[in-house]
Design a protein around this ligand. Structure first.
Ligand code: SAM
Length: 205
């Protein structure tokens, strides 16, 4: 049985991955639809699959088949492979695979730990995927992004994500940036996005 790990805020090094999980996990329950935009080693996919249960659905994307293989093994180990669709494609093409509203998206950017450091997420595809996620997100739904800043190429991507998040209409989305202010400048940061539950009618620009 897979158990949700508690987030330890008192740990001064912090854990961006667990914070991202906690943010989306709070709106997920059995029967929900969730997307892991970067399956990687499958920890987030497993987390989502456990929360949405057999009546729910998880879509997990990765450009590396090896990552999806690791994810598949992890899901099987915990008996959570029935409700997950593993997709060997870029998250910038999510709209080819998903055409109904989604409760939560997780983006854990960067490279696969223990894998090829050249196969990283990049700003043009990440921002395109984020736009698709915003379009598919249900009212009250959430998106978490764990954004790394230390590796080559990370600067451009982190700036692009930051700028895109800052421009979202506050009448439609609540947006929060969470940073580890007492860690190195290359520590990851998080972007939390929540779509408002009820849109105000006749939004003027
Ligand atoms: C930091 S890892 C993800 C960690 C993962 N969420 C976990 O729980 O282990 C980032 C992953 O993004 C993948 N990736 C890179 N570009 C991508 C793209 N355009 N679409 C989907 N995945 C991509 C990489 O192959 C890598 O496996």
């Amino acid at each position: 049985m897979y158990n949700k790990r508690p987030v330890n805020f008192a740990n001064v090094r912090g854990n961006a991955v667990l914070l991202g999980q906690q943010f989306v996990g709070d709106v997920l329950h059995k029967g929900c639809v969730a997307v892991d935009a970067t399956a990687g080693n499958g920890y987030d996919t497993l987390f989502l699959a456990n929360l949405v249960g057999e009546k729910g659905r998880v879509y997990a994307f990765d450009i590396q088949q090896s990552a999806l293989d690791v994810t598949a093994r992890r899901l099987t180990q915990f008996g959570l492979d029935n409700n997950v669709q593993l997709i060997h494609d870029g998250h910038e093409k999510m709209d080819l695979y998903i055409n109904s509203p989604v409760d939560a998206f997780m983006f854990n950017l960067g490279y696969l730990p223990g894998g090829d450091h050249d196969k990283i997420t990049r700003s043009p595809t990440t921002t395109r995927a984020l736009q698709i996620a915003l379009n598919l997100l249900k009212p009250g739904g959430r998106i978490s992004l764990v954004v790394y800043t230390g590796h080559s190429g990370a600067g451009e991507e982190s700036r692009a994500v930051d700028e895109m998040a800052a421009k979202l209409d506050p009448r439609l989305f609540g947006v929060l940036k969470v940073a580890f202010v007492n860690r190195s400048v290359s520590a990851p940061f998080l972007i939390y996005i929540e779509r408002v539950k009820k849109e105000i009618e006749n939004l003027a620009p």
